[in-house]
Design a binder for this molecule. Sequence first.
Ligand code: ZN
Length: 196
Amino acid sequence: MASFFPAAMENLIDGFASLPGIGRKSAQRLAFHVLSLPQEEADRFANAVLEAKKSVHTCPVCQNLTDGELCPVCASDSRDKTTICVVSEPRDVLSIERSREYHGVYHVLHGALSPMNRVGPDDLRERLERVAQGGVEEVILATNPDTEGDATAMYLSRLLKPFGIRITRLGFGVPVGSNLEYADDATMLKALEGRR
Ligand code: ZN
């Protein structure tokens, strides 16, 4: 199919179309929008992508995203390192932090047990080796209250059982099948208090 657009424009459209949830039509709309931006704004946008990609990496302790050596939570002296809250995605950390109720540290799995996304038990085991190093008293399993999240929590609790630590499941109060990301602050507070 012959292209209607200059090659650079096609590249830009391809770039947007490669993003999750963006179809060809939306990609075209976004590309036109970018072209209509003042040069300075377009530069800022492009640089934001480059900068984020260059400077953001995962925290070597909890695997959350950071641009420092450690993430702010792991680097903080005031956080309780004996309690680890296990979440699926970095955005879940944000949801829990917003409640201001949690003072422990995190562990970000970057996925849940998911045959579709090819995340198997071995991937998760590797990601939770930190617990085996000792000093941990409680692990809160805060994966989403959906099928994959529940399966992940079940699997992890079995994996963690031999370590003799307190294992609790967050999700009480968060509607079943929903996403932690969309839980409001009050719900998250209740979920934290009601963990079992
Ligand atoms: Zn960290």
